[in-house]
Design a protein around this ligand. Structure first.
Ligand code: HEC
Length: 501
């Protein structure tokens, strides 16, 4: 790794010198493609699919606005390999390069089986590292906290709230990390298609593979043997053998008319021994059972584009919504058809919905990305029984079976520094936390026993704040770099009802 980086830096120095030399001659040069080739392709790849630096394609840069991209190119990024170009390129050249990396390439870059195979590395073959953890802790009450600010993750002891280890991840993780059923391994997914398998007991990466150019998330089968990866570019689902991340099968996402679709997300359906995929561009839900020799796709036609899902605890029903529609659809997975439409208003975020028992029945609650409200739905009648007004649109909801509260953040808008606690028995907001004025408070996750709730201050100079889940008093504050999410081994591997899976 170090050798590679050094070599790259050297190459950049050479290319910078070369470009400085040729600068006088071609100062009129504004051909953005040629500029890209000279100054950027070394690290970001000739076809912009990424090399040592991240991929620079519209799919990958959707979250980086033009003026932000310009700032990065001008000033570089401190403490990373991304150099500053303000003394090498003029404003107009930087602007045209920015247009270029944000535009669709003439030829869509491909990423095929041979590319996947070439990227595959096994650092420690299965069974070669010790089975005894390098540290003492309750292995079921560990957390992985993803820190997007500097592409790192912290392994946290869930009893003492002491960090055990901090590791570098791939650039821009996307979709939460997933654990093996025993909690020993964690699988990370990066925006640029890298899947990394990390051995928590030995604090080491054991295998990596790049399955695509732009990736959404990954799901792990109930038996832990398979990982399925959902991709935007190319439009595929890739099945991996978790033992060493070797690809097993690539599914091209095409319908009977030959149209292709991006995959918004893939979910695991443990009681069904299957993976279920949400498709962005056509009206189908795909189910892929892995307990049959033939890995055959079951295509379920639906009335609308469904790209955001929630499942009931038995996985008999799927509740899906489209990002453009305010209605939720309940799909009976046995029958393979819609049985109900739920009027949800705004833009529900079903992916982070949770369930609990309320007056003898199971209810689900979902935050809303557009409106300041939480919808509470009776899961027998599929009626909305309550809309709880909040101080703004939310992104994540969390609870725990031992907690009387369900937390919802106010992720968007002027009140992004607030976190509501809803009483699960009265469906009323009973307390609103404001940990640091002006700073985004987000994403609660509970400890194994539900005694503590951990919150993210979602900023580069952010923090992880631990609350006593009964008194809602702050217990501890750890500085962290944009901690996006935290994942408790026990709650995740048991598919706990208070957390999304
Ligand atoms: C020495 C290698 C190197 C060179 C040369 C280089 N980059 Fe980068 N670039 C990187 C790395 C590494 C990152 C990731 C930085 C980080 O960790 O945030 C990056 C990040 C970026 C980002 C931010 C991407 C995101 O999603 O946040 C943009 C935009 C970018 N580079 C554009 C360019 C352009 C345009 C050029 C040429 C003018 C260029 N880079 C040249 C290494 C390089």
């Amino acid at each position: 790794m170090i050798v590679k980086v050094r070599r790259c830096v050297l190459n950049v120095v050479i290319s910078l010198v070369l470009s400085a030399l040729s600068f006088g001659v071609s100062s009129e040069q504004t051909d953005s493609k040629a500029l890209y080739k000279t100054h950027c392709s070394e690290c970001h790849g000739a076809t912009r699919t990424g090399m040592m630096g991240p991929a620079l394609l519209p799919e990958n840069l959707s979250r980086l606005r033009k003026n932000k991209a310009i700032t990065v190119i001008k000033n570089g990024r401190t403490a990373t390999q991304m150099p500053a170009f303000k003394d090498i390129l003029n404003d107009q050249e930087i602007s045209s390069i920015t247009e270029y990396i944000k535009s669709k390439p003439e030829v869509q870059p491909s990423w095929v089986k041979s590319d996947i195979d070439k990227s595959h590395s096994v650092y420690h073959a299965n069974g070669t590292l010790p089975d005894k953890p390098k540290f003492e802790a309750d292995l079921q009450n560990l957390f992985i906290v993803v820190e997007l600010g500097d592409h790192s993750a912290t392994l946290l002891n869930g009893d003492t709230f002491e960090p055990i280890h901090r590791l570098k991840t791939r650039f821009a993780l996307h979709g939460g990390p997933k654990y093996s059923p025993d909690g020993r391994y964690v699988y990370f997914t990066s925006r640029d298609g890298w899947i990394s398998k990390y051995d928590i007991y030995n604090l080491e990466f054991v295998a990596e593979v790049r399955v695509a150019i732009n990736t959404r998330n990954l799901a792990i089968s109930k038996d832990g043997k398979y990982a399925m990866v959902a991709n935007y570019l190319p439009q595929t689902l890739v099945l991996l053998d978790t033992e060493n991340l070797k690809p097993v099968k690539i599914f091209d996402v095409k319908n009977d008319n030959g149209e292709t679709s991006r995959v918004a997300a893939v979910y695991t359906a443990p009681p069904r021994n299957s993976f279920i995929a949400a498709l962005k561009d056509f009206k189908e839900v795909w189910e892929i059972p892995y307990d049959q020799a033939e890995l055959k796709v079951r295509k379920i036609p639906v009335d609308d584009y469904l790209d955001d899902f929630f499942f009931d605890q038995s996985y008999k029903h799927l509740i899906g919504a489209s990002r453009d529609s305010k209605d939720g659809q309940v799909i009976d997975l046995e029958l393979g058809k819609k049985i109900k439409t739920i009027d949800l208003a705004g833009m529900p975020h079903l992916g982070s919905g949770i369930t609990w028992e309320y007056k003898g029945k199971t209810v689900m609650a979902t935050p809303n990305l557009k409106d300041g409200q939480v919808s509470v739905i009776d899961m027998t009648t599929w009626e909305v029984i309550k809309r709880i007004e909040t101080k703004g649109p939310g992104f994540f909801m969390r609870s725990h079976k031992n907690s009387k509260y369900a937390f919802v953040d106010v992720f968007f808008g002027p009140n992004k520094d607030l976190m509501h606690a809803i009483d699960k028995e009265t469906l009323e907001i009973v307390e609103t936390l404001k940990p640091i004025p002006g700073k985004t408070a987000a994403h609660i996750e509970f400890t194994k026993d539900g005694s503590h709730a951990l919150m993210s201050i979602w900023e580069n100079d952010g923090a992880l704040i631990v609350y006593d889940a009964k008194t809602l008093k702050e217990v501890k504050r750890l500085p962290m770099k944009k901690p996006s999410g935290k994942y408790n081994v026990h709650n995740k591997t048991n598919y706990a009802s208070g957390t999304s899976h």
